[in-house]
Design a protein around this ligand. Structure first.
Ligand code: SF4
Length: 268
């Protein structure tokens, strides 16, 4: 297809916002054509986003995936994309970085609710392991986000994911970590590939979940599901640094387990 047409369609998909009431009033082929071609999803702000899902295919012709999940907001869109693509997958929740424990419990419980209870997706709870995480983070306490501590943190999570995949017959691993615009995609992909390289039969899938409207749908789903809206990456050092930054901005400290998507004050 001509690239200009692709760009035009992409612009339409990403930016066109139609009021549902207006759309209902439309008769004739124009509105009908839009409805047939493009599935419309509601977001809680009252606007609508036009999206079109691409059918995803795992590398190597496989159809079984172990998806490491960091939290419900990041994995919600990833899960829906995989379900729409009829890919057989299980969620692997191993996030020993998250501090404090009640933050960890909330992030995990929401993930279980969405995966297991709403979609029937197997959820593997790899438990906590905060002591191990602190042991590996020693000497990196003052590293900035996206620095060496984060490489260690991603390595640790992917290493356990790859080991589990190896022991339980998953030929492909991936993670929801990369969908966040705050993360360095290359850093995450390097860690994932490094972990998978320990096992000849395992491939790391470096699919860019932000593409094809993924970032917008991530927010859309989070609002629809009223997911907890975490305000720092996860570890105690990211909490400290986020609070330092907020203080500089004259903002109040982060309130743990307090903010949810879909609330009037929630920001994208
Ligand atoms: S900032 Fe996030 S990715 Fe980096 S070490 Fe902390 S929890 Fe891990």
């Amino acid at each position: 297809m001509h690239s200009g047409l692709n760009e035009f369609r992409s612009y339409k998909l990403e930016s066109l916002s139609l009021d549902a009431a207006w759309l209902k009033q439309q008769t004739g082929q124009f509105a009908l054509l839009f409805r047939l071609l493009l599935p419309m999803r509601r977001i809680s702000s009252g606007r609508s986003v036009m999206t079109q899902r691409q059918k995803l295919v795992l590398p190597g012709g496989h159809n079984k995936l172990l998806l490491h999940s960091c939290c419900a907001p990041c994995s919600g869109e990833v899960m829906e994309a995989l379900i729409a693509s009829e890919i057989d997958f299980s969620i692997y929740f191993y996030n020993p970085n998250i501090h404090p424990q009640r933050e960890y419990a909330l992030r995990k419980d929401e993930n279980i609710r969405f995966a297991e209870q709403q979609h029937g997706i197997p959820f593997i709870d790899a438990d906590y392991g905060l002591d191990n995480w602190f042991a590996r983070a020693q000497g990196m306490e003052d590293e900035p986000e996206r620095g060496k501590r984060c490489t260690m943190c991603f390595d640790m999570r992917f290493e356990r994911s790859a080991l589990y995949a190896h022991e339980h017959g998953f030929p492909v691993i991936s993670s929801s970590l990369g969908i966040s615009r705050w993360k360095d995609m290359q850093q995450i992909n390097d860690c994932g590939a490094r972990a998978a390289a320990h096992y000849p039969g395992i491939t790391y899938w470096d699919y860019d979940w932000r593409k094809q409207g993924g970032s917008a749908r991530m927010i859309e789903i989070s609002k629809r599901e009223n997911f907890y809206q975490q305000e720092y990456c996860g570890c105690v050092y990211s909490l400290r640094d986020s609070n330092r930054w907020r203080k500089e901005q004259g903002r109040e400290r982060i309130k743990i387990c307090d903010k949810f998507y879909g609330q009037p004050e929630a920001q994208e």
